[in-house]
Ligand binder design. Structure first.
Ligand code: NAG
Ligand code: NAG
Ligand code: NAG
Length: 294
């Protein structure tokens, strides 16, 4: 009987490298996970454990067979060459292989994680600069949204709120332009676009799900609404908070579909995030609480 739902998140470096997303300004500690990602998954019934960057392929392989899904969080790291990229690539490829063999293993990318998936799928540097570093937007749903795996469970009134109220928070300098998606066969064949947004100049892809795999991405931040308060543009309305829960509930329900587990209770205990304590940060950092690992 399966009663353990574990999600690992990557820790990664917050140093500037020319391809960064919004990052905490404190440079003194370098590997972190914003606690909002952890709470987001816990609220929907998952237990979380962090995935460290720069582990060996053998260690990642063991982790892969121990956990039920993976979330690539937002943050600041190179999606082309970094510990974040190498770990994400390992899990992304392992998930595709597993799913091909009938082992249902879901992957979720948020913000930088979304961008990372676009690079892993296309193998090309195809992102465009957009003016979207701190703004909440309504989703412009495509005709695919209503019949998507992700949004099908959403109540109609929530879909209406999502499409008319600014409930999705964007903190990114790079985006996948819709025109780029439309002209890239690798991306077009792999991902179904569920929503788009625009910065007034460039229409970009904001939500995707893969056609053939349980792989999902949002350029926006579903985890911020209930848990982050540092910016005036973080949405906190009842619909904004409900939406966040529905996204997490969807992803966790996907992760209940496989039977990965730790070798032992001891290994599981060692891996869980409960071994770490989140820190209430100072106001220079855009997250209320952070788990630091280094
Ligand atoms: C970026 O968007 C904001 C609104 O979100 C707007 O106030 C600002 O003028 C825009 N900046 C540029 C350079 O277009
Ligand atoms: C919504 O997306 C459609 C299809 O890409 C586009 O034609 C339309 O301009 C978009 N609307 C808004 C408000 O962004
Ligand atoms: C989705 O379904 C609802 C309810 O049937 C409808 O009002 C809405 O227009 C549909 N949206 C899209 C993008 O097809």
């Amino acid at each position: 009987q399966m009663n353990v739902f574990l999600f690992y998140l990557f820790t990664h470096f917050i140093f500037l490298n020319g391809e960064e997303e919004v990052f905490p300004s404190s440079r003194s500690r370098s590997a972190y996970i914003a606690a909002s990602y952890v709470k987001f998954l816990e609220a929907a019934g998952a237990r979380v454990a962090p995935v460290r960057i720069n582990l060996s392929p053998e260690e990642y392989k063991t982790l892969f067979s121990s956990i039920n899904g993976i979330l690539f969080p937002g943050g600041a790291a190179s999606i082309y060459s970094s510990g974040y990229q190498r770990a994400a690539q390992f899990f992304f490829e392992a998930a595709i292989e597993a799913n091909k063999g009938g082992d249902y293993f879901p992957v979720w990318g948020t913000c930088l994680g979304f961008e990372q998936m676009m690079y892993l799928t296309s193998g090309q540097r195809i992102l465009s600069r957009t003016n979207t570093t701190g703004i909440a937007l309504p989703l412009n749903f495509t005709n695919e949204a209503n019949v998507s795996r992700m949004f099908r469970p959403f109540p109609l009134e929530l879909m209406e709120a999502l499409s008319s109220e600014p409930l999705t928070e964007n903190s990114h300098m790079w985006s996948l332009a819709l025109s780029t998606y439309n002209s890239n066969d690798d991306l077009r064949k792999f991902y179904k676009v569920l929503s788009t947004n625009t910065d007034g100049q460039t229409e970009f892809v904001s939500t995707v799900e893969a056609y053939d795999y349980p792989i999902y991405g949002t350029q926006w931040h579903p985890e911020k609404n209930p848990f982050e308060w540092r910016k005036a543009y973080y949405p906190h309305s009842p619909s904004a908070v409900r939406m966040s829960f529905y996204m997490a509930e969807f992803f966790v329900s996907e992760a209940r579909k496989n039977f990965h587990r730790f070798e032992s209770v001891e290994k599981e205990r060692e891996a869980l995030i409960y071994n770490y304590s989140p820190v209430y940060t100072d106001e220079s950092i855009p997250f209320e609480q952070i788990y630091y690992f280094e």
